[in-house]
Design a protein around this ligand. Structure first.
Ligand code: HEC
Length: 93
């Protein structure tokens, strides 16, 4: 491979990496994965959990859920944030 071609490939590769990190679809996928790893074995249908969340505004739902999950299968703060984000998103559909 010529040097110029190689450089173009590296450039295209880093653009792809930036894009994957930045698009909402990329993070939504990570959020869904966190849910399947931590919750799906007991709550198979995320949308059912999402619709059952108590609270009026999203912020209230999110803070109640966050408090519950601290002692309900999502002790890791990063995983918990992903799961809360995922369920709040689903609750609006
Ligand atoms: C080992 C099984 C198990 C796992 C794993 C699990 N749950 Fe639960 N969850 C339950 C049971 C049992 C209940 C109580 C009965 C019910 O509401 O289904 C419950 C209740 C809940 C409730 C309602 C609580 C309330 O008081 O309103 C929510 C919301 C919830 N779980 C979310 C989650 C989320 C999000 C995860 C992933 C971090 C998760 N659960 C992981 C078994 C589990």
């Amino acid at each position: 491979m010529s040097r110029a071609k190689w450089r173009r490939r590296v450039f295209a590769g880093s653009l792809l990496a930036i894009w994957l990190g930045a698009v909402p679809g990329g993070t939504a996928h990570a959020d869904a994965t966190a849910y399947s790893n931590h919750c799906a074995k007991c709550h198979a249908r995320a949308v059912v959990v999402a619709r059952s969340l108590k609270g009026d505004a999203d912020t209230e739902k999110a803070s109640r859920l966050d408090a519950l999950l601290q002692s309900h299968h999502a002790e890791d703060v990063a995983d918990r944030a992903k799961i809360v984000n995922y369920l709040i998103g689903l609750s609006k559909r």
